[in-house]
Design a protein around this ligand. Structure first.
Ligand code: ADP
Ligand code: MG
Length: 244
């Protein structure tokens, strides 16, 4: 099996490269005899450490695009390069390794397991064979950083929506991903909580030098974004670069 780390270079080499290059990406779904073009030629570049907002109407292809960038799906044609490495034609087992080494995901419905906040956050480290005391210390530190010191032993059902999303963010951050993908992470929160969670995400991504890509329906609070892409009918309808 190809070794993703060695294929993709050292962290230092990675930093010289664009985090994501998306070139003329097309994704066609076949349902029975129906052929649906969910993405119709999407191109853009994300530099290392950027914070990108993807907006657009429901059904425009935002989630489809995010899945392709995160190595959870293959494009029908076109290329996705992450830190210089083509992932759009990577064999499945290499893609699994790529996701483990490079990516983390935060979803709208939190996706927490039915166990304590501490165990949820420590879980990705357990999968990586980190000893229990080490992973629990790290998880507790991170949860405290995110304002949940009083909730380490709480189960998801004992937490508010905003607290659940903080746990999900801690769980995503703990393996120190280079790329953090979020699909409508504030979609289930009230608006003041939503703004706070988005600021927290942007802050934590920046602190850890992670590249952040967020699908969001909130087009009013995008101050955190270095780049905004509006997707419509499977194409980039508008893009704004706050850095230039
Ligand atoms: P958004 O996230 O912007 O709401 P999606 O990317 O989820 O949109 O979907 C874009 C279009 O692609 C929709 O019309 C949707 O029905 C279709 N689609 C998404 N995933 C699949 C799939 N697995 N099979 C068939 N059609 C799909
Ligand atoms: Mg979606």
């Amino acid at each position: 099996m190809k070794q993703v780390r060695s294929m993709m270079g050292t962290n230092e080499e990675d930093r010289q490269r664009s985090a994501i290059v998306c070139e003329d990406v097309i994704r066609i779904f076949h349902t029975g005899s129906v052929r649906y073009r969910a993405l119709r030629g999407v191109s853009f570049t994300v530099e290392d450490g950027e914070k990108v907002a993807i907006t657009g109407p429901s059904g425009s292809g935002k989630s489809t695009l995010l899945q392709l960038l995160a190595g959870l799906d293959y494009p029908t044609s076109g290329q996705v390069r992450v830190f210089g490495q083509e992932i759009s034609d990577m064999p499945e087992e290499s893609l699994v390794q790529f996701r483990k080494d490079y990516t983390a995901f935060v979803f709208q419905d939190f996706g927490l397991l039915d166990m304590s906040a501490l165990d949820n956050v420590a879980f990705p480290l357990m999968l990586r064979g980190v000893p229990r005391d080490v992973r629990e210390d790290q998880a507790a530190d991170l949860l405290r950083d995110l304002g949940l010191s009083a909730h380490l032993d709480h189960f998801p059902s004992e937490l508010s929506g905003g607290q659940r999303q903080r746990v999900a963010i801690a769980r995503a951050l703990i393996p120190e991903p280079r790329l953090l993908f979020c699909d409508e992470p504030t979609g289930n929160l009230d608006s003041s909580n939503a703004v706070r969670i988005m600021e927290l995400l942007a802050e934590e991504a920046e602190r850890r030098h992670a590249t952040l890509v967020v699908v969001t329906h909130d087009t009013e609070h995008l101050d955190w974004a270095t780049q905004t892409l509006r997707i419509q009918d499977g194409m980039v309808a508008d893009s704004q670069d706050a850095r230039s």
